[in-house]
Design a protein around this ligand. Structure first.
Ligand code: PEP
Ligand code: MG
Length: 545
């Protein structure tokens, strides 16, 4: 029995047989070519074949993981048509009189090295995408089908790394789990795993690859990232019991659907869900959330090659509002900067990005970006119950400027004869100690507060949330953070505003009673936490203490 540890990217347990992922051999030899024009024509043919394969994968992904995540394969198709990429292949063939496979392999190395050397984690993850499309192109050039072989039956797929297209091509019916030795939690592979509902652990390390063989028994704990190879009977039994307990818990939670979020002594609270894009709505509805407490609208920008237009944003917001059919939808305006960087914003590199030009600071210094988003939001407001909230607020004047920007947009729309709802609620995120401390001054200006505990913890404890080495210094239940939340709740209510929490702490059921006692009105969590949280609320009794 051997234990390994990676990062769990989808929380569930699998026990089964290892199937080592076999890839077509894409080792490439360099050969001399006389007719370079014919070689370039071969590349064009292979490209057409690769695009055809990718469009099939796109269709499969569309069904299994939704449009937002399927888009990566559209991007792959675009990457195959990229001028620089194609020019590099052509010029290597022409100037060196070499075979197409070799030219693609060299181009692939150059481009992926370039991405890998970038500072931004998102761009680094794109190196895998270049390799993915290049391997496909080489396979098409060599007449390989691009299909992988496996032994049949249910299995736990183990690989050095999986490209997004390989992940989506896995047969969901037969794959019990997958494990990769490398890969980052930022990669599309990890994102796809979460959305395919397959237990998955990434980054198990090279040593893991050395030990595994087809058919060996493996336990994958997607909750903790633990991997147990060749488990003894007791360990296997313990995990099978855990797996059953998971299933029982899941079934029990299903029974809570449709039930109110009410404590034993009758106190009600709203439980909403957080989403990052339109395709998160399915999970929100499936988990019976009462609304959307945080739509991280920056994902529309992150997934786009350029600023999303007013029309594109309008379409996304309208879809979310319509799908929620009258339930509350709170859309946060753009929160870019710090850990979420986007090239086309042209932001300068900063020494302290978390303390830099981010979120509302960008919107207030680039009013044209803000205006486009607010116009799209107000136009969409007639399709449901919209709330708009502003991130990273620290002062009264920032809130005032946000409200002024909303008034301007409403005036414009009125002049243009475009309808918008008069009931849009406006709120701010309490993410900085400053906002919490002056919450008595901020509350009269808005309809609601939503506490972003991820950032509030970071700024209160002076611990960079991106820095894994600070984990031992981050006490998520720190009295300072809890007092700031309590103070904000008191000041919200004293001024007729309501208050929710949308950071990760909202899902921490050991704090549910504390939050209820503070008078928090709404908790917004990732969709899978809605029902466990409902259970925690229903088990709470606030009377008699
Ligand atoms: C937060 O800071 O708690 C929050 C909800 O915002 P984000 O995690 O997107 O920064
Ligand atoms: Mg935040």
């Amino acid at each position: 029995m051997k234990r390994f540890k990676g990062k769990g990217v989808y929380g569930a347990i699998a026990v089964g047989a290892v199937s080592v992922y076999k890839r077509q051999n894409t080792d490439v030899r360099r050969t001399h070519i006389e007719d370079t024009a014919a070689e370039i024509a071969r590349v064009e043919e292979a490209k057409a074949m690769a695009v055809e394969q990718l469009s099939e994968i796109y269709e499969k992904a569309l069904k299994e993981v939704g449009e937002t995540h399927a888009q990566i394969f559209e991007i792959h198709m675009m990457m195959l048509e990229d001028d620089d990429y194609n020019e590099s292949i052509r010029s290597i063939i022409e100037t060196q009189s070499v075979n197409a496979e070799y030219a693609v392999a060299v181009t692939s190395d150059n481009f992926s090295d370039m991405f890998a050397s970038m500072d931004d984690a998102y761009m680094q993850a794109r190196a895998a995408d270049v390799k993915d499309i290049s391997d496909r192109l080489i396979a098409c050039l060599s007449g390989d089908s691009g299909e992988t072989s496996d032994s049949g039956g249910s299995m736990i797929v183990c690989a050095d790394d999986l490209a997004p297209s390989e992940t989506v091509s896995l047969d969901k019916e037969r794959v019990l789990a997958f494990v990769t030795a490398f890969g980052s939690s930022n990669s599309h592979t990890a994102i796809l795993a979460r959305n395919m509902n397959i237990p998955a652990v990434i980054g198990a390390g090279e040593g893991f690859l050395d030990e595994i063989k087809d058919g060996m028994k493996l336990i994958v704990d997607g909750h903790t990232g633990e991997l147990i190879l060749d488990p003894d009977d007791d360990t296997e039994k313990a995990y099978l019991d855990k797996q059953q307990a998971d299933a029982r818990k899941k079934a029990l939670l299903q029974e809570l659907k449709g039930k109110p979020n009410v404590t034993k002594d009758g106190r009600q609270i709203k439980i909403f869900a957080n989403i990052g894009g339109v395709d998160g709505i399915g999970a929100v509805l499936a988990n019976d959330a009462g609304g959307i407490g945080l739509f991280r609208s920056e994902f529309l920008y992150l997934e786009s090659e350029d600023f999303p237009t007013e029309e594109q944003q309008f379409a996304a917001y309208k879809k979310v509002l319509e799908s929620m059919a009258g339930k509350k939808v709170i859309i946060r305006t753009l929160d870019i900067g710090a850990d979420k960087q986007i090239d086309y914003f042209g932001l300068e590199k900063e020494d302290n990005p978390a303390l830099g030009l981010r979120a509302i600071r960008i919107c207030l210094t680039r009013p044209e970006i803000f205006r486009t988003q607010l116009r799209a939001l107000y136009r969409a407001s007639v399709f449901g119950e919209l709330g708009i909230m502003f991130p990273m607020i620290t002062s009264v004047s920032e809130v005032q400027r946000c409200l002024d920007a909303c008034e301007e947009v409403k005036k414009e729309l009125t002049a243009e004869g475009i309808p918008f709802s008069k009931n849009v609620e406006l709120g701010i995120m309490i993410e900085t100690p400053a906002a919490a401390v002056i919450s008595d001054l901020l509350a009269p200006l808005v309809d609601f507060f939503s506490v972003g505990t991820n950032d509030l913890t970071q700024y209160t404890l002076a611990c960079d949330r991106q820095n894994a080495r600070l984990e031992s210094f981050v006490d998520t239940h720190h009295e300072a953070v809890l007092r700031l939340i309590e103070l904000s709740a008191k000041n919200a209510h004293a001024n007729g505003a309501w208050i929710g929490i949308c950071g990760e702490l909202a899902a921490d059921t050991s704090l549910t009673e504390t939050f209820l006692r503070m008078g928090i009105d709404e908790l917004s969590v990732s969709a899978p936490f809605v029902l466990p949280l409902r259970e925690a609320v229903r088990n709470t009794n606030l009377s008699g203490k």
